[in-house]
Design a protein around this ligand. Sequence first.
Ligand code: MG
Length: 371
Amino acid sequence: MGAAVIAAPRWITAAASAVSAPGSPVREMTGGRMKLSFAPYELQLRHSFNLAKFSRTTTPDVLVKIELDGVTGYGEASMPPYLGESVESVTRYLSSLDLSQFADPFRLAEIHDYMDRVAPDNRAAKASVDIALHDLTGKLMGQPWYRIWGLSPENTPDTSFTIGIDTPDIVRQKVAEAEPYKILKVKMGLDHDTETVDIIRRMTARPICVDVNQGWTDKHHALEMCHWLAERNCLFVEQPMPKEMIDETAWLRERSPLPIVADEFLQRLDDVRRAYGVYDAINIKLMKSTGMREAKQMAELAQALGMDVMLGCMTETSCAISAASQLAPVAKWADLDGNLLITNDCFDGAKIVDGKVEIPRDRPGIGAVEA
Ligand code: MG
């Protein structure tokens, strides 16, 4: 990797127009009112990211902070292009918010209702505010969120390390890089599906999990692949078929020797019920769920329905990864390697220790600090 020049984020204050001074585009809010600021920040990927449907070397991102009475909560929106958000849409959405109407940052339910009323979708933008509010309120209480939620930090799962679809040399290099991880996540869904797994199996016996990113469109082929993978120490298969192929996925789930996990199929709480009977487990990501509040609700509903929970991420800094780590004790599987896939992480927070997610235990809020 090259010596990337890391530009400091340039913060822009999103202030309510009602309190703007004449002629001034932005102004500070004071007197016990929350102040929301944001800064676009382009994430540089360590390797170009090749999935079944696209390839890229950067991820657009927006950092957020919410300040109240000298305490700052940090949040982040990461916008992989296939999810439909961009720096423009996120900054436009954040600029339209007026958090000064809420005297109390602990009123998360009201603030979420307000954010959904301002505009539908904009899930990563909403997640950035939600994460910053959790960080702020956790700091105001002096407690990390795993503790506020009553979770045991030693119960975090192993996290997987992602091996993308690539040339054999790059695959070998990535498997070597993944040495500290106990589970390898393999991207499939292109022509060289079995080749990548064969290369990995020649190098290591560690369990793999597979993410097809909707790449298999024939249910019989998908079932054949599930059997083939089950013989190669695979733990589960994520989003094997297009999200619209609901009947075919349910057919596959009934017959597959491996659990079938929903990812692209679902985003928010309402989608969990739709996944019931079609998938064995759901992959929750803060950038899809509008943040920590709804992610926790999704995990609880899934488990009440007898489904397993996986906790995933986008390419993100240690800000959003640390926020997700607070919820890791409820997950059976974690895929929280997004901060390890970038070269310009501007936060310090959750770590992977012996392949396991390690929540920053002694830091209040989400556990991330500016690096
Ligand atoms: Mg996935």
